[in-house]
Write a protein that binds this ligand. Structure first.
Ligand code: 1GP
Length: 249
């Protein structure tokens, strides 16, 4: 049976074609700021709040952040963990993910084995996802020991995503890396969407409506932005992205 958050995401994709999620990096923010960002993102039309970062170390701080977000908005929270310390009992759901192009057993299955009993104990909804770091990859690529897939090799991304699908993963995430200069190219997004067909998440370096619309037109179902919340006019820019990807134009 589908979990509550996964059902919400899938229904929202059907209703709105492409949806937006806001990523909050707990290390860059206080709980009070996280609450403000969540409220502002909600009013811009974001569908859910993802919480995580490549270097997160303090589970206690994460707990405070998730709690503050939950108190501020009624949007689903989805953890986006970098390892087993990225789990908070206050979250509704977690991307239960494997970094499919990591060279390190820890990011393929090690941290997941460590985290699984906590997820059960805290009754957090796990949403199975294959995570693939492409292009420059940013900090996530380095920390995750990813063998990053060059932007001009869409077929290699397809092969990774297909492997994830055949292993039973229900979402695929093409990650360009937070703050990268060039987001995942539409050619790679459309190849993965066409040949794999799973709900597709795309993020990394998306800052404008045009970039988000290009990703949506190529087949992204979920657009994730993180750094954008730091911009002075983030509320307007996120609203523009949400509006643009709904219409895909
Ligand atoms: C989530 O890493 C991204 O996939 C977020 O990237 O911070 O560049 O939006 P930005």
């Amino acid at each position: 049976m589908l979990g509550r958050v996964e059902k919400y995401i899938l229904e929202k994709i059907v209703a709105e074609k492409t949806i937006h999620m806001t990523l909050i990096d707990p290390e860059k923010i206080t709980p009070a700021q996280a609450a403000i960002v969540a409220e502002s993102s909600k009013s811009s039309g974001t569908a859910a709040i993802m919480i995580g970062g490549s270097t997160l170390a303090s589970q206690e701080h994460l707990d405070h952040i998730v709690k503050a977000i939950k108190e501020a908005v009624d949007l689903p929270t989805i953890l986006f963990p970098n390892n087993a310390s990225g789990i908070s009992k206050h979250s509704d759901a977690i991307w239960f993910m494997s970094l499919l192009n990591s060279a390190d057993q820890r990011f393929l299955i090690g941290a997941q084995i460590q985290g699984a009993p906590l997820i059960k104990q805290f009754n957090i909804e796990p949403i199975s996802m294959g995570y693939i770091i492409v292009g420059q990859g940013g900090t996530a690529g380095v920390v995750g020991k990813a063998i990053t897939i060059p932007y001009d090799k869409p077929n290699t991304a397809v092969d990774h995503a297909l492997a994830g699908k055949y292993l039973g993963m229900r979402f695929i995430y093409l990650e360009g890396g937070s703050g990268v200069a060039t987001p995942v190219p539409p050619e790679m997004i459309s190849a993965v969407k066409k040949h794999v067909g799973l709900p597709l998440i795309v993020g990394g370096g998306i800052r404008t409506r045009e970039q988000a619309v290009a990703a949506a037109q190529a087949g992204a179902d979920i657009i994730v932005t993180g750094n954008l919340i730091e911009a002075v006019d983030s509320k307007r820019r996120i609203a523009e992205i949400v509006e643009g990807i709904k219409q895909k134009s």
